[in-house]
Design a protein. Sequence first.
Length: 325
Amino acid sequence: MASIGDVAKLAGVSRSTVSLVCNNKGYVSDETRKKIEKAMKELNYIPSELGRNLKMQKSGIVGIIVPDIAHPFFSTFIKYAEKELYSRGYKALVCGTAGREDVEEAYLQMLDRRTMDGVIMGAHSLKKERYLKIDRPIVTIDCYLADYIPTVHVDKRQVAEKAASLFLEKNRKKVVQLVSSHTIKNYEDEKEKVFREILQKKGCEVVDISVGYNTFTTEKYQDAAARAFETCNDMDGILGVDMAAATCMREAQLRGRKVPEDLSIVAIDGTYITKIGPEILTAIVQPIEEMAQKLVSMIISQIEGKKIEEVESIFGVTVQSGETC
């Protein structure tokens, strides 16, 4: 394998001049640059990206940390975030924290050691104080850490209002809301509160069924769905994220409940799984691609020392007409 010394010898220049061309830094005459590029081509020399990044005091890597890579929302988010990072000269290092209590801390330590240039954080199993100790670039999906830490989320009040209107249009009287708990302030809290208030003012009972603490696995959603039907068999509406709604749809079919005739099911996220079953799920759709692009822009701006105009970026949602409400 050819080295930078081999290129310098063939081109008749110094190693430092070859380095300037590889890093695209400093002045090198067009004639010299062409000689070096010709030598690199002849020797099939590929500059070390790691070495180049170390000299520039950056890794070119951004971590994307989520609870569960298999979760439809997070897998969709990763798809768009990785694509956007690559188009802007960065690589993604993806990690799912589900079932591994220490992995989130391990990745934050990598950030502290500058193994990564920054982190897009979607998992929040650690306490808020741990994040506030970080002085490296970090942005979050759907949670608040501090006024100075950038975050992206949808308008949760709008989510609640649109979801509530769907159930009210069907004159539903008892709606189950599948919820989860977190260690850090999550904007979901506002959505759950507003949704409950709107329906209760109209005389509709709202019952919260917990999916569990910071969990996003299929098994947990299936367990929550079963508990919903066992404890609230007289319910006529269900609200939950896509996976929760999909598992409730299946549970309804197993128990002989008619959807949407006597049971309305509304999903939140509007990912691909709402469209792949025998029925299209009625859903509140988050603009995940645009959210991913915004977060990537935020993290790169931090890495490159640029000012971020909006520390908090809030997106609107739309309603996907389906066959379940």
